[in-house]
Ligand binder design. Sequence first.
Ligand SMILES: Cc1cc2nc3c(=O)[nH]c(=O)nc-3n(C[C@H](O)[C@H](O)[C@H](O)COP(=O)(O)OP(=O)(O)OC[C@H]3O[C@@H](n4cnc5c(N)ncnc54)[C@H](O)[C@@H]3O)c2cc1C
Length: 415
Amino acid sequence: MKVGIIGGGIIGLSSAYYLNKAGHHVTIIDQGDLTTGCSFGNAGMIVPSHIIPLAAPGMISKGIRWMFNSTSPFYVKPRLRGDLIKWGYHFYKSATKEHIAKSAPSLKELSLFSKSMYQQLAKELPFDFGYHERGLLMLYKTKETEHEEAEMATLAKQHGLEAYVISASEVQKLEPDVKVDVRGGIYFPGDAHITPQLLVSQLINYLKEQGVVFQTNTTVNDFIIENGTIKSLMTSTQDFEFDEVIIATGSWSGGVAARLGLSIPMQAGKGYSFTLPQVEKNVCIPSIFLEARVAVTPMGDSLRFGGTMEITGVNHSISMNRVKGIVEAIPTYYPEMKVALPEVKDVWHGLRPCSPDGLPYIGRSSKLKNLTIATGHSMMGLSQGPGTGKLVSEIIDQGNLSVNLAAFNPQRFDF
Ligand SMILES: Cc1cc2nc3c(=O)[nH]c(=O)nc-3n(C[C@H](O)[C@H](O)[C@H](O)COP(=O)(O)OP(=O)(O)OC[C@H]3O[C@@H](n4cnc5c(N)ncnc54)[C@H](O)[C@@H]3O)c2cc1C
């Protein structure tokens, strides 16, 4: 079949990989040059340990507290926009214990499946993308966070994941080269990490060699629909016709879906990262500074710091105050690591595609016969990318699904 994928981030590329392998003729259409989406400069963590969606009890009160501090890790720009109000309403309704209990098994199943796809990719792709299974350390400095995280570890264990509450000296043993100043941590040995730009850039070249067509700098503006089927895609350069269409447009998906008369609430959650090249005494295990909400990932000799979640719409401005918040957090956890504020040109930003309930949208549209949706992975798109791509190919081939997709129904807010 001729399959058109709108969006060439990790979700679109992974879908292209498995669809191409299954023998389909795949075209990826992207409005940019494939380096402008969210999949390039992220923290590279593969995190089956993350079974709690963003919409969780406590997030709203924490978020309100953070909103009044310009260096804090979270910010929602108040706007009188229907899409934000609708998203906020669904977020509020989802921030419950019941929602967590319902979502955790589905998130875990998708993430574990995706990790197994990464293990396969690391073996079958003809290039190295820095895949390592060293686990994840969640580091905390306060008693309050210790309490919250111990509960999280208990929940993870109840779901069959390995999780260990460890002392400060045990953390230090795991990080022999970098001095760590924490109260303790949770160690999730089942997590992994990659170097995302190595995967994405080499995967693009590999897919081109395999015959996948890339139409870059081409924006899909509208669709022609006939008899409940997408007949053609109208883009900034030309019209395209496909047998099957996949929407993998990340933070832009709300607007793209609206063109098809579908409601996919989505907000862009902007985050920043910067990377220290050639760090002499590097961190060994990816970590999250819990109070500061900063992710730290060793990538070869370099070390990447990422963080912040700004719900400010699709915009590309960089708030150096928030980058400063990340920089200032570093020596509070790693007291011997003094990092200068990077120049604006060295700060990467990405727009996380955030659904209001913290769950991705994966599945066939019930309204349009030849449409599949795969988007909204928020903070876990890299982690869940290959799993989602494989599921997309299973949907298109109408085979057995490797993961139960009920929780990820793209129509769940369509009423
Ligand atoms: C600081 C930071 C750290 C992160 N760390 C991690 C991590 O450690 N682990 C993890 O799992 N996730 C992480 N994430 C999240 C992860 O990066 C995202 O979830 C993921 O990249 C989303 O991928 P995507 O393919 O859905 O979207 P994108 O990569 O944004 O791709 C969407 C593509 O669609 C294209 N597009 C949009 N509209 C149109 C249109 N109309 N026509 C044509 N093309 C269009 C865009 O140009 C874009 O290339 C992080 C994010 C940030 C910001």
